[in-house]
Design a protein around this ligand. Structure first.
Ligand SMILES: Nc1ncnc2c1ncn2[C@@H]1O[C@H](COP(=O)(O)OP(=O)(O)OP(=O)(O)O)[C@@H](O)[C@H]1O
Ligand SMILES: [Mg+2]
Length: 260
């Protein structure tokens, strides 16, 4: 049993069929070690968001097993943070209150910090995202990239055990994106959540993942899992210019040509 205890997130034969009969995932098997980061790339419609939604507990039904350290992921108090592809912010609440509500729900039953302490934490995360001045604004008055950063701040603020990010940097310009990739890695080093990071950007998948999961174009096919530990071990700022990065980039493109 002890091996199960630290076995991380295990996705076993995960199959999802939406109510309209659309088969979105056809029996996926993946294991993500506790405190690991895997990036996920795949063609549009290959079931990436569906997989995250299933793990986050947002689907009414799925087949297969989702375990964290040997126990069903939705059974006990495994805290899961999701940055959804559409940001998932409450439009009638300010930025600050969007984060406050998530923190409250995450800590329910465990005692709440004082309001001042909560405010300080909220401002800490907003500042790290470069959007402290937006705390009192409402989501619909923000740009896509700003909303996206609020959603990331909210996910970080609850310090989840499992962190699921669905193309979290897709609406950002290249420079802001690079800054946030660094912040994301720094944050993961301090609070190493078990992380699945979906991106459509091959470069980002190589820069952030210990392994890269390449989803197939059809649900009958299996994902390809590439080891990326050589790049991952490097200092973040050195990765982009390294031979390992270029080699990995070539490998992924080859897999994409074959599978998509
Ligand atoms: N709520 C839904 N009802 C019915 N079918 C759905 C629903 N959500 C997704 N699908 C279908 O399931 C399949 C997988 O969709 P999903 O959103 O998981 O793909 P994705 O890999 O995240 O794509 P993208 O890269 O475009 O975000 C698609 O064929 C999609 O049309
Ligand atoms: Mg998606």
């Amino acid at each position: 049993m002890s091996s199960l205890k630290n076995s991380g997130l295990r996705i076993h034969e995960l199959q999802v069929e939406y109510k309209n009969g659309q088969l979105a995932l056809g029996g996926i098997n993946l294991t993500l070690p506790e405190h690991g980061i895997h990036t996920v790339i795949g063609p549009s419609g290959s079931g990436k968001s569906t997989m995250l939604r299933a793990i986050a507990g947002l689907l009414p039904a799925y087949e297969g097993e989702l375990l964290f350290n040997g126990r069903p992921v939705h059974e006990k108090d495994t805290l899961i943070g999701l940055v959804p592809q559409n940001y998932g912010l409450l439009p009638w609440k300010t930025v600050r209150d969007n984060i406050r509500i998530a923190m409250r729900i995450a800590r329910s039953g465990r005692g709440q910090p004082s309001r001042q302490e909560q405010d300080a934490q909220i401002m800490h995360w907003l500042t790290s995202m470069g959007i402290a001045e937006l705390a009192g604004r409402f989501p619909l008055s923000l740009s896509g990239g700003q909303q996206q950063r609020v959603a990331i701040a909210r996910a970080f603020a609850i310090q989840p055990t499992i962190l699921l990010l669905d193309e979290p940097f897709s609406a950002l310009d290249a420079i802001t994106r690079e800054g946030l990739q660094q912040i994301f890695i720094d944050n993961w080093q301090t609070h190493p959540a078990t992380t699945l990071f979906v991106t459509h950007d091959v470069e980002e998948a190589i820069l952030l993942g210990q392994k890269i999961i390449v989803m197939p174009s059809g649900p009958q096919d299996h994902p390809e899992i590439l080891d990326n530990s050589a790049v991952f071990a490097m200092k973040h700022g050195d990765k982009r210019e390294s031979n390992e990065y270029f080699a990995q980039s070539k490998t992924i493109r080859k897999v994409m040509m074959e599978k998509w």
